[in-house]
Structure formats: structure tokens, C-alpha cells
Ligand binder design. Structure first.
Ligand code: ZN
Length: 441
């Protein structure tokens, strides 16, 4: 991710959270966001109805249900399909959770990160001032979500503990960071560090390659691409069109700089090409966060899939138009990491418009689940929120958005990713069961 959540969620940085308790994290976000004071007021009543003190209620799974109910009340719209009993009674909550989980048990998180490397990031030694802006952003986020050492805790070990053991994530696809000009001429997350995630959990994770920056020289970029395919057997690319070179960025439809990369991907059998779009964070320029350069690339490379990470929010309408007006298009995808997380608890109306636009125009077969964790800590609160999230009737009627059916939820959560990454659901579920068995043993 790459978005200063702390400016939008006031006070979150002052509460020490338990990184393993996803309910507590989710509830805190509702209470620190735009609707925070109004939601907070209502929580006393919900705690009393559950027969609990406020403090323990806010750390409980009932508290998270109550926060969603309160959001419905505050907005006067039904964004969350939560019944009153789920906020008052542990048995009712558990039952509703099991029903929701059973109907969407296969979760492929296509947007996950580790955020450190050996030697970490030291200003003036291996990291420039601009490089530190980004590290600091991630560091603050991590601390706000209960990781006391910020980015240092977004390591391989916690990837396993928080994403694979403590959430319903079946398969995690992890994404690199490059920007080597800012990090002592070494990628911010070097491949040889992050590959440990896949080495540790080979049946439950996949690795994307990144840091490919044609402004560093096309020859060296193509060499690196071939090396990623041959040495690391990567499952696709996750790139950034803003970069840390003097040119600041590049475009996917640049026939001189980018097309040779896509031609090489073809030869190497790399089908899925993602790019950070939207969320123009830190030192990077917004013009490179727009998605319009996907238009020509998608038409000229029909056999490759182009995936707009973050769904290009807040330029998601522009992305959606690339399919809305071109229904013949079958290789344009979006991913909801950080976009869903940043809007669902604080601005659910915006969340509904974003998801509604993507589902209506790109279509339910082209929206992919992602959480951008470990930046947002344990991703389970996001999974639970999406299981309960709904587009209110007013918006369905007024905008032509689809209702989020169980089938759509399953597609977004895992089936779409499984299709384009050839993931065997049965095998992945088995591997997940093995992880859970050893985690609890
Ligand atoms: Zn990310």
C-alpha cells in the first residue's frame, strides 16, 4: 500500500493493538475513521446488550459485528449484512462466521508483502531521504496495526504467522518493491530475501517479480526479467510505472521501452502482469498512477493479462471505462488491496461506489481479492468485512451496480485468481489445512 492511513484514521497511532486480534483491528478502524465518534457512541449500547464491559467488548468478535451494525445505523444504509444477534451472542456470532466461511472458504490474496531486508534501511547509509519517506509511511502503518517494530516486523516469519496461520487466506501471492536508486542500489525488497516466503510455504504462496524499471536501461531490464523467470520461476510481474530514476516514470504502452518487456514475457511464458495504479504515494507522481496506458497494451498483447493493483483508486472510474466501453476485452483485471481496506470502515459509501463500478464495468470475473498485508497487519478483518459487505439497494437501482452475491464473492475471493494463475483449489485447501494443523499443534 502506500497511503497515509493515519491521516484518515485519527487516534489509531495512540492505541496499542494486538496484531493477532483481527477483530480488534477492524473495530479500531471503524472507531478511528470518518464515522468514528458516532460509532463510538453507539458501542456502549451494544456492549450492554452483550452483557460485557466496553473495553473487553471492543476487543471481541462481537465488537467487530457491532461496529458494522453501527455503520449501517450512522449512514442509514445497509452496507453490512449483520444481524443484531451477531453483536450480542458468541454462539450466534460463531454460527454466522461459519456460514460465511463455508460459502467463501477459498481465499487467494494476490497482494501481500514483506517489507524488510537484511540490514534493513538506514538513512544515509543504504537509504536516501526520499527512500525513507516510503519506509516511514510503511513503518507508521505497521505500528498502528500492532506490529511494535513497524516494517522490521513485516518479515518472513510474520508473513506466515499473520497471513497464513491467523487468517483464512488460502494462498498468498507476494509482491516486491524495487526503487533501487533510493535503497543503496539494491531493490527495497530483494528477490533473494523475499523468496524465503515461498521456500517456507511452497504450496501456499506464489511470488511475483518486480523492480523492473526500463528507464534503468532496457537491456539490463530484460536480463533481469529472464533471470527472474529462469532462476526464481516467478508467477508473474508486479511493476510500478513510477520509478526512482531521473525520468520518474514510464508507461505500459511505450513501444520502445515497454513492448520489448511484454514480448519477452510471452517468450518466457509469463502471463500475468500487474502494476501499481492509483494511490500516488510518497515521492511518486500521480500521472504515472493513471491506468490509461493499459488500453493499448491490452489490445496489442491479447494473450497477456494486465492487472491494475489498487484498482487505480481514486482513478478507478477511468480504469473501469477501459472495459465498460470495450466489452470485447478479456484481459483487463483489477485488484482491491488497500482500496477496500482504506474505504470500507471509514467511507463505506465510497467503498460501495468503487466496488460497484468495478463489478459493473470490468465485471465479476475480473475483480481480484488483495489486502496489501502485512501493511495492514493480519488481513482477517478485511476478509470478514468483505464477507459481510453489500452494495445498498439505492445504489443498485440508481447506478446499475450488481448486488454482491455469494457467487460474486467466491469469484473475487479466489476463483478469478485461481483461473489466471492455474491454482488447484483442492491442493491449496489441503496445504492450508496442513498449515493450520501445525499452527495449532
Ligand atoms: Zn502493495
Amino acid at each position: 500500500m502506500e497511503y497515509n492511513i493515519l491521516k484518515h484514521f485519527h487516534g489509531l497511532e495512540h492505541q496499542p493493538l494486538d496484531p493477532f486480534n483481527a477483530d480488534e483491528i477492524g473495530t479500531s478502524l471503524f472507531m478511528a475513521g470518518n464515522m468514528g465518534p458516532k460509532i463510538s457512541e453507539k458501542m456502549d449500547g451494544y456492549a450492554a446488550a452483550a452483557g460485557m464491559g466496553r473495553r473487553s467488548f471492543l476487543k471481541s468478535s462481537l465488537g467487530f459485528s457491532a461496529a458494522m451494525l453501527a455503520a449501517n445505523e450512522v449512514t442509514g444504509m445497509k452496507f453490512f449484512e449483520v444481524g443484531a444477534a451477531e453483536a450480542a451472542d458468541f454462539d450466534a456470532k460463531q454460527e454466522s462466521f461459519q456460514v460465511a466461511r463455508a460459502s467463501s472458504d477459498f481465499v487467494v490474496d494476490v497482494h501481500t508483502h514483506v517489507c524488510t531486508r537484511p540490514g534493513h534501511y538506514v538513512l544515509g547509509e543504504n537509504t536516501s531521504e526520499r527512500g525513507m519517506w516510503f519506509v516511514q509511511l510503511l513503518d507508521d502503518l505497521g505500528k498502528a496495526f500492532g506490529l511494535p517494530n513497524g516494517t522490521r516486523d513485516m518479515n518472513v516469519e510474520n508473513y506466515g504467522k499473520l497471513i497464513l496461520e491467523k487468517s483464512d487466506t488460502t494462498v498468498g501471492i507476494f509482491n516486491p518493491f524495487g526503487f533501487r536508486e533510493h535503497y543503496g542500489d539494491r531493490d527495497m525488497i530483494p528477490m533473494d530475501y523475499q523468496v524465503q516466503v515461498r521456500n517456507n510455504w511452497p504450496k501456499s504462496t506464489m511470488m511475483l517479480a518486480g523492480g523492473l524499471t526500463p528507464n534503468q536501461g532496457l537491456g539490463v531490464t530484460l536480463d533481469r526479467l529472464r533471470n527472474y523467470a529462469e532462476q526464481y520461476k516467478v508467477s508473474g510481474l508486479k511493476l510500478y510505472t513510477f520509478d526512482a530514476t531521473e525520468k520518474k516514470g514510464w508507461w505500459f504502452d511505450d513501444e520502445k521501452l515497454a513492448y520489448p518487456m511484454w514480448e519477452e514475457c510471452r517468450k518466457l511464458g509469463i502471463k500475468n502482469i500487474g502494476c501499481h495504479k492509483g494511490i500516488p504515494f510518497g515521492q511518486f507522481y500521480a500521472r504515472y498512477a493513471h491506468a490509461e496506458d493499459f488500453d493499448a497494451a491490452a489490445d496489442d498483447f491479447l494473450d497477456l493479462n494486465f492487472i491494475a493493483y489498487h484498482s487505480a483508486w481514486p482513478y478507478h472510474a477511468e480504469l473501469a471505462a477501459l472495459k465498460g466501453f470495450k466489452p470485447q476485452r478479456k484481459n483487463l483485471y483489477c485488484e482491491v488491496g488497500s482500496t477496500f481496506a482504506a474505504t470500507v470502515t471509514s467511507r463505506p459509501l465510497e467503498c460501495a461506489h468503487v466496488l460497484g463500478t468495478l463489478l459493473r464495468d470490468l465485471g465479476p470475473d475480473y475483480v481480484l481479492w488483495g489486502t496489501d498485508s502485512l501493511l495492514w497487519g493480519n488481513p482477517q478483518w478485511q476478509i470478514d468485512a468483505f464477507r459481510k459487505f453489500q452494495i445498498p439497494d439505492q445504489l443498485v437501482e440508481g447506478y446499475g451496480y450488481p448486488k454482491i452475491t455469494p457467487e460474486i464473492r467466491r469469484k473475487v475471493f479466489g476463483e478469478n485468481a485461481a483461473r489466471i494463475w492455474n491454482i488447484d483449489k483442492q491442493k491449496a485447501m489441503q496445504a492450508k489445512a496442513e498449515i493450520m494443523a501445525t499452527a495449532t499443534a
